[in-house]
Ligand binder design. Structure first.
Ligand code: HEC
Length: 143
């Protein structure tokens, strides 16, 4: 194969693969995002139990940088929650801020602060679940 042909072959491969990868990232549903948050939380907790602060930081940053909820789902949630959407967003922000605090604590090797943040973030997860999970799951799974 000439190098030019090889280049074209590679270029078309990249062309085929890139949009698919981009699409998957965008198409992640709220439920899939949540399943990711669960894994990230387990990373934080495992890390704390064995004093692996890198793992704690990794889990915390993955929560902080979770993919955005797809706009179509945001619209459905906003329609369902109305004025309560502000409270929903606030709990998302709270969890986001706590994940940054846990990351900072892990980087500072401050076990106590990391454990405190860990307990608070779990409270944050359940606050939103108690208030909204059932309703939001119902409208997002409606056909
Ligand atoms: C702002 C609200 C909110 C916050 C904060 C939140 N969740 Fe959720 N979570 C939801 C909603 C809504 C669902 C239901 C989604 C659905 O079924 O479509 C859900 C569902 C889940 C599920 C079930 C997924 C499944 O397979 O059915 C898990 C696991 C989960 N969340 C983990 C977490 C963890 C861990 C945190 C904290 C780090 C968290 N959530 C924080 C709103 C929230």
């Amino acid at each position: 194969m000439t190098s030019r042909k090889r280049f074209i072959g590679l270029a078309s491969l990249v062309f085929i693969l890139t949009p698919a990868a981009a699409l998957t990232a965008e198409a992640m549903t709220l439920k899939e995002i949540m399943q990711g948050l669960r894994d990230d939380l387990v990373d934080i907790s495992d890390g704390l139990f064995v004093d692996d602060f890198e793992q704690v930081a990794r889990g915390a940053m993955a929560i902080a940088e979770h993919p955005p909820i797809p706009p179509a789902q945001v619209r459905l949630v906003a329609e369902e929650l109305g004025l309560e959407m502000a409270a929903f967003k606030q709990l998302d922000t709270l969890v986001h801020e706590l994940s940054l605090e846990i990351n900072a604590a892990a980087e500072a090797l401050d076990r106590e602060a990391a454990v405190t943040g860990y307990k608070q973030i779990i409270d944050g997860c359940f606050s939103c679940h108690d208030a909204f999970k059932e309703r939001v799951a119902a409208i997002l799974s409606a056909p």
